[in-house]
Ligand binder design. Structure first.
Ligand code: HEM
Length: 126
């Protein structure tokens, strides 16, 4: 990712971070609307789940300029997800929901969306 793209992702996340619980709730609400079958994969408390999700995103966003340092953590997270029953195609639904929630919580711009896709694509590859 270019420095410019990392900056866009960070600026964008900085807008969401203060309203993290609301953003997480929007995100999961949209996710289960897009694919109600995903609901059964989540067995824990959804508020806690939202906190974990936002904390992990914050870690990744904060480390985009030294991604190799956190790549093992992201890889481990991916491995745990296989155990939760998550399939590769679910990432497209999660990405759709993420874009929608971010657009609802902040005003999204196309350049920012491209940078965001690069960031998530990067994690997905690792
Ligand atoms: C951007 C990519 C994603 C991130 C950053 C992320 C983050 C997390 C985190 C931090 C946890 C807490 C447990 C752990 O650390 O293992 C978790 C759990 C979980 N995630 Fe994700 N996740 C992502 C993608 C997905 C996708 C595509 C699905 C598919 C629907 C999914 C479904 C789940 C489920 C089912 C759990 C376990 C919930 C439970 O124990 O009740 N995640 N995720």
């Amino acid at each position: 990712m270019t420095e410019d793209q990392i900056g866009l992702v960070r600026d964008s996340f900085a807008k969401v971070a203060p309203i993290a619980p609301a953003a997480a709730s929007l995100f999961y609400g949209r996710l289960f609307t897009l694919d109600p079958s995903l609901k059964s994969l989540f067995t824990g408390d959804m508020e806690e789940q939202g906190e974990k999700l936002m904390m992990m995103i914050a870690t990744v966003v904060g480390s985009l300029d030294r991604f190799e340092q956190i790549a093992p953590t992201v890889r481990e997270l991916g491995r745990r997800h296989a155990g939760y029953g998550v399939k590769a195609a679910h990432f497209d639904t999660v990405a759709d929901s993420g874009r929608w929630s971010k657009g609802s919580a902040t005003s999204s711009r196309p350049r920012c969306a491209t940078a965001g896709s690069r960031a998530t694509g990067y994690c997905r590859k690792k």
